[in-house]
Design a protein around this ligand. Structure first.
Ligand SMILES: *Cc1c(COP(=O)(O)O)cnc(C)c1O
Length: 445
C-alpha cells in the first residue's frame, strides 16, 4: 500500500490537491472512439428511463402544476449567456475566449430546483411503478395520473423511502415521495442548510440530522433502511436508477441544441462543464452525452478545492476506497451540493474512460461567479452551481487544457465551439439566503 506521502512525492497533482490549490487535470485514461470500453449500462437503459418518465408525465402534470408547460416533463432550458462570456474575458490575460457560452438551467428545474430533480425523482417514480405493477394496481399502458388517487396514496403509505443527502437530493426524494404517499426519511449531513431541512419537515418528511459529513449520513441511512421492512433506500453512492435518471438529460439536450441551431459535430466541438459531488449527477449526464455525441463532446467535472473526491479517486485509481480526509483535506466547503469526501466507486469506474478531465475551484471564486452571474445575466445560482462557469477559461488558459486542445486537434475548431455550462441548482434558495451569497461574492470581487 502506498502511503499518502508516497502519493504526494510521486504525483505533483496530488500534492496540489492536498494543499487545496486549484488544479486542472486531463484524464490520461480518456479514450476517444470508445468502442472497446465496457460499460455496465447502455443506450437501451437510458431509453427505458426516458419512456418511464413519459409514462409518468400525465401524473407529474397533475400534481405539480408548474410542469404543465412541458406537459409533465421535468426539463430546463438552454440559454446563451453572452454577458457572462464577456465578463470572463478579464481572466484571459489578453487571450480571446473563442466559441460561445450557453447555460443549462437546471437551477430552474421544476419541483426541487436542482439537477437532483432528474435522478432523484426518476428513482422514486420507478420504485412506485414497480410496487404498483407487482401488486396488480397498474399496467404499463394505463394513464399514470391514477397515481394521484387516494387508493394509490393509501397503498404507498405502507412503504417507506430513505436517503442520505447534503440537501438537494433530500429535497427531491422527500418532495416526490411525500406527494406519492410514501413515508420518507432524509438523513442530512452537517452541511445541509437549515432552510432545506425546514422545507422538508413542512412536507411531512422525517429529517434526521448528523454532525458529520455526507458519507456518514449515507452510511447511517443505509443501515437504518436495511433494518426496516418495506423500506427502499435511494443509494446515492451506488444507484443505477439515479444515474439513468440523470443520463436522460443528454438525449433531450440533443434536441434542444438542434432546435437552437447549435451544432455539435466534428468541426463544432461541444465542451460541457459539470459540478461534481459524489458523481451520480455529472456522471450520468456525461455518460448520456457520450452515448449521444461520442468524440464530439468533451466533458469536464468541477469540484471545490476542499472536496475533490472524484478527482482524487480517478487520479489515484482508488475510487471509493479513499476519501479526501485520508489525504488530510477537510471537505469543508460552502458548496453544500458538492461537499462530498468519498466519491461513488460505481460512477468513477463507469466514467473512467469517458471523462476528458476535471478541475478544482476555490470557494471564494464560486461566490465571485455567483455575484457576476446575478449582475450580468440576472441569474441566481447557488454556490455549488457556479463551479462550471470558470471551465472554459481554465481549458483555454491552463497548460494542461491547451495541451488537451492540441492533442485532440481542436485548435482551429475552437472558434466553432460551444461551451455548455451546467448550472445545477438555485431557484429554491430563499431570497434572504441568496442575498447573503450575493453580498459575499460582491465583497470578494
Ligand atoms: C448534487 C449536486 C451536484 C452534484 O451531483 P452529484 O451527483 O452529487 O455529483 C451539483 N450541484 C448541485 C447544486 C447539487 O445539488
Amino acid at each position: 500500500m502506498k502511503t499518502v506521502q508516497d502519493w504526494i512525492n510521486d504525483n505533483p497533482l496530488i500534492e496540489k490537491l492536498v494543499q487545496t490549490k486549484e488544479v486542472f487535470w486531463v484524464n490520461p485514461k480518456y479514450q476517444t472512439s470508445q468502442t472497446d470500453v465496457k460499460l455496465p449500462l447502455n443506450e437501451e437503459n437510458v431509453k427505458d428511463a426516458e419512456e418511464r418518465l413519459q409514462r409518468f408525465a400525465p401524473y407529474i402534470a397533475k400534481v405539480f402544476p408548474e410542469t404543465r408547460k412541458l406537459e409533465g416533463i421535468i426539463e430546463s432550458p438552454v440559454i446563451p449567456i453572452p454577458a457572462m462570456q464577456q465578463q470572463q474575458l478579464s481572466h484571459m490575460h489578453g487571450n480571446t475566449l473563442e466559441g460561445r457560452f450557453v447555460l443549462k438551467c437546471d437551477n430552474d428545474l421544476p419541483i426541487s430546483g436542482s439537477i437532483k430533480a432528474r435522478g432523484g425523482i426518476y428513482e422514486v417514480l420507478k420504485h412506485a411503478e414497480t410496487l404498483a405493477i407487482q401488486h396488480g394496481l397498474l399496467a404499463e399502458n394505463d394513464d399514470y395520473s391514477i397515481f394521484a388517487s387516494e387508493k394509490f396514496r393509501t397503498f404507498f403509505s405502507q412503504y417507506s423511502i430513505a436517503v442520505g443527502s447534503t440537501g438537494n437530493l433530500g429535497l427531491s426524494i422527500g418532495i416526490m415521495s411525500a406527494v406519492l404517499g410514501f413515508q420518507v426519511t432524509v438523513h442530512m449531513s452537517a452541511d445541509a442548510k437549515q432552510w432545506k431541512k425546514d422545507l422538508l419537515k413542512s412536507k411531512g418528511v422525517e429529517v434526521i440530522e448528523y454532525q458529520d459529513d455526507y458519507s456518514l449520513a449515507v452510511k447511517e441511512g443505509r443501515k437504518q433502511a436495511q433494518s426496516q421492512k418495506n423500506c427502499h433506500f435511494v443509494d446515492d453512492e451506488n444507484s443505477r436508477d439515479l444515474f439513468l435518471g440523470y443520463a436522460v438529460a443528454a438525449f433531450r439536450l440533443k434536441k434542444q441544441l438542434e432546435d437552437q441551431n447549435i451544432i455539435a459535430d466534428d468541426d463544432h466541438p461541444l465542451f460541457v462543464y459539470l459540478p461534481c459531488g459524489v458523481g451520480g449527477g455529472p456522471g450520468g449526464v456525461a455518460f448520456g452525452l457520450k452515448l449521444v455525441y461520442g468524440d464530439k463532446v468533451h466533458c469536464f467535472f468541477a469540484e471545490p478545492t476542499h472536496s475533490p473526491c472524484m478527482l482524487l479517486g480517478l487520479a489515484t485509481g482508488l475510487h471509493d476506497s479513499i476519501s479526501v480526509q485520508d489525504f488530510g483535506i477537510d471537505n469543508l466547503t460552502a458548496a453544500d451540493g458538492l461537499a462530498v469526501g468519498r466519491p461513488s466507486g460505481f460512477v468513477g469506474k463507469t466514467i473512467e474512460a469517458l471523462l476528458s478531465g476535471s478541475y478544482t475551484i476555490d470557494d471564494n471564486e464560486l461566490f465571485r461567479l455567483l455575484s457576476v452571474m446575478a449582475d450580468h445575466e440576472n441569474i441566481h445560482l447557488e454556490p455549488s452551481a457556479t463551479a462550471g462557469l470558470i471551465g472554459p477559461v481554465k481549458l483555454m488558459t491552463e497548460n494542461e487544457g491547451r495541451q488537451y486542445i492540441q492533442h485532440h486537434h481542436l485548435a482551429d475548431k475552437m472558434k466553432n465551439a460551444t461551451h455548455l455550462i451546467w448550472a445545477t441548482g438555485g431557484s429554491m434558495v430563499p431570497g434572504d439566503e441568496m442575498e447573503k451569497y450575493y453580498k459575499k461574492g460582491k465583497a470578494l470581487l
